[in-house]
Structures are given as structure tokens and as C-alpha cells.
Design a protein around this ligand. Structure first.
Ligand SMILES: *Cc1c(COP(=O)(O)O)cnc(C)c1O
Length: 354
């Protein structure tokens, strides 16, 4: 239960909302009037505050800039059919955030700051939540080291911030994917399951190389043999074969446990598919493709929900798909959207009303 915590709120004198056409904005470029900031001093959380969105001052010796103790989350709130605003599965993100924090030797953020603070922030900026179908309010909580010292050790002080960004529909064109066999995203014992900034930094060079060859993202493979698939860029991956849905299992700790992944697995089961989590070899996918048994391939994540894959390049072997003929992937998107915009009853308890 949420303990009472006073969150000091300083509203803006004048909203910037009129200056921005929030129904027509690129992803992650505009931010709402307010932000939540909280400080950790090595023992307790204090100075929890909602205030006008503004730059923060960082000392040049800030430990996060040098050693990367920095984690984040990505969540969306949706305008509801009945007029309100609701957040999709924020408790799942809160738990994952704290799992990332533990792995990076950072303090866990209490529920009354992460969830209740987020709720109060969104309540204040609710007019920034777009009304159109397929639009949402993107929520970005993040935590970083704020000691000013360049000695290598865990920071004592940390800063937690939540910012909000209205987002438009994100219908990525079906993607061409390069199966990566040189660089790795994650190895057992590493930080693959944590949503930490460095994972993103390390992915940029291999991704840029694939992009130079005309691919949008890479399909990461395991660090030892480059034989088993992990994720597509920063999305979890699913393979549909008849009435079966395959997705890599999580037990090696090399895969980010996506909330969209969990939700898609639930919806797939409700659609009557068998969901199988296990190791999946690229060779196996190639064999399935040759036999005509690999029907649909897609990535999942909060930004796009599902992104169709129209081509997988594995060495000299190209697997191409006619995404127009797909039936499973579009239905998943429809079912999830109906839940998120409050068009059907929320039988899973996924929606958190602001
Ligand atoms: C955030 C993320 C995902 C998707 O997680 P969601 O909770 O579905 O948004 C998948 N893979 C990686 C590497 C990620 O960072």
C-alpha cells in the first residue's frame, strides 16, 4: 500500500500546451509542463517534488557521466473511452526498474514515488495526453548517480526524475533485420536483463553498421556461439509458426523481460495459440522458413507495441515475408489497443486509472 508522502507541487504559471500540436508530434521531442524530481542521499529519499519542466545542473565530475550508473523505464498512458487517462501496467515497470537498480548497485525507488508520483504528475499534465486513436502519453522515469567524484565506486547520491512526452502513432514500416554474429548485446552474468543506459550505448555501433547495409535493426544472438536468438534491437522477438508462438526464454538473464512481451504472450494464449519460451537457434528458424512453417516474425516494445519484420538476413540466406498476408500480428495489436484505450473491459487488471 502507498504510504502517505507529501509531494511538493509547484505548477507552471502558464502552460506551453497551446504552443504545441500534441496530436501531431514526433516521438520523444516535446515534453509536458511538469516533471517529478526526487533525491536519494545515501540513506533516504527526500525532496520529492513536482515542478516546471526545466534543465538540471550537472557537475562535470557527476559519476553517472563517467561510469554509467543510469537506468530508465518506458511506459505509456492512454486516453480512455470514458474520458479519463490510464497507465498501462505501471507496477510491472516499477518492479523491473527496481530489479535494474539492484543490478546496477543503485537504490530501489519506493512505490509512493515511482507509481504515486507518476500518477500525480500525469494528473497535473493530463491535458497533454493526446485524444486520438494510436496516440499516447509516453512516460520516462530514470535514475542516475549524482555523486560528484571520479573515484570508481558506487555513488551514494542518486537523482530520480520522471518526464512525460506526448507521442503520435508509431507505425514503423515492416523492418529488414540483420542477424548479428560479430557483436553481442548481452552475456549470462551481464546486464542484459537490466534497462540500463549502457546497453543502449553499446548497441549503437553494430546497429549503425547494419543500417549502412540497408537494415533497420539487428537480431542479437548469444555471446558464445552466435547461434541462438535474443532480441531485435531494443525489442523482444516472436516467431509464429501455425498455431505456435515461439519466443526466447529469459532464464539466462540476457533478455529484457518486456512488459509488452508479457502482454503479447497473454493475448496469444487468449487467441488460442500455444506460447513456447525456449532457446531458438537461427538454424532452426532457417529450416522452418524453408519448409514454409515460419509465418510471422515481429518485435515487441512499448514504443511501437508490435513491429513487423519483413526480412531476416542470416549470412547469405534471406528470409522474406509478405506482411500483408499476416493475420496474427494485426490481431494482437487490435486486442491490446482495445484494452489500452478502455474499449473493452480490463479483465487482466492492466490499466491503472490516473
Ligand atoms: C525496453 C526494452 C524492451 C521492451 O520492453 P517493454 O516493457 O515491452 O517496453 C525490449 N528489449 C530491450 C532491450 C529493452 O530495453
Amino acid at each position: 500500500m502507498v504510504a502517505a508522502m507529501e509531494i511538493k507541487t509547484t505548477p507552471v504559471l502558464r502552460s506551453r500546451l497551446q504552443e504545441i500540436d500534441i496530436e501531431n508530434v514526433p516521438f520523444g521531442k516535446y515534453f509536458t509542463d511538469h516533471m517529478l524530481v526526487a533525491e536519494y542521499d545515501g540513506k533516504t529519499w527526500h525532496s520529492v517534488e513536482i515542478k516546471p519542466y526545466q534543465p538540471i545542473q550537472i557537475d562535470p565530475s557527476n559519476a553517472a557521466l563517467h561510469y554509467g550508473q543510469s537506468i530508465f523505464e518506458g511506459i505509456k498512458a492512454y486516453h480512455q473511452e470514458n474520458g479519463g487517462v490510464a497507465i498501462f501496467r505501471p507496477y510491472d515497470n516499477w518492479h523491473r526498474f527496481n530489479a535494474s537498480a539492484v543490478r546496477m548497485q543503485m537504490p530501489e525507488v519506493p512505490e509512493e514515488i515511482f507509481v504515486e508520483g507518476m500518477r500525480q504528475l500525469i494528473a497535473l499534465d493530463k491535458d497533454w495526453c493526446p485524444h486520438h486513436d494510436d496516440h499516447a502519453l509516453y512516460i520516462r522515469p530514470f535514475l542516475f548517480a549524482s555523486d560528484n567524484a571520479i573515484g570508481v565506486r558506487p555513488s551514494e547520491k542518486f537523482t530520480f526524475i520522471i518526464i512525460l512526452s506526448p507521442t503520435g502513432p508509431y507505425y514503423p514500416a515492416p523492418m529488414r533485420i540483420y542477424v548479428e554474429e560479430t557483436y553481442t548485446r548481452a552475456a549470462p552474468g551481464g546486464v542484459g536483463y537490466a534497462k540500463t543506459a549502457g546497453n543502449y550505448a553499446a548497441a549503437m555501433y553494430p546497429t549503425a553498421r547494419a543500417q549502412q547495409q540497408g537494415y533497420q535493426q539487428v537480431l542479437w544472438t548469444d555471446a558464445f556461439e552466435h547461434k541462438y536468438v535474443q532480441e531485435i534491437g531494443t525489442m523482444n522477438v516472436f516467431f509464429i509458426s501455425g498455431k505456435k508462438a515461439l519466443t526466447p526464454s529469459l532464464e539466462e538473464g540476457t533478455i529484457l523481460d518486456g512488459i509488452t512481451r508479457r502482454s503479447v504472450m497473454t493475448v496469444l494464449k487468449e487467441m488460442g495459440l500455444e506460447v513456447i519460451e525456449r532457446r531458438i537457434a537461427v538454424d532452426e528458424l532457417q529450416e522452418m522458413f524453408k519448409k514454409g512453417e515460419l509465418n510471422e516474425v515481429f518485435g515487441t516494445g512499448t514504443a511501437a507495441t508490435v513491429s513487423m519484420i519483413r526480412e531476416l538476413k542470416y549470412r547469405d540466406f534471406i528470409m522474406e515475408f509478405d506482411t500483408n498476408a499476416w493475420t496474427v500480428t494485426p490481431e494482437i495489436l487490435n486486442r491490446l489497443n482495445d484494452i489500452r484505450y478502455g474499449k473493452v473491459a480490463d479483465e487482466h487488471g492492466w490499466m491503472f486509472q490516473v
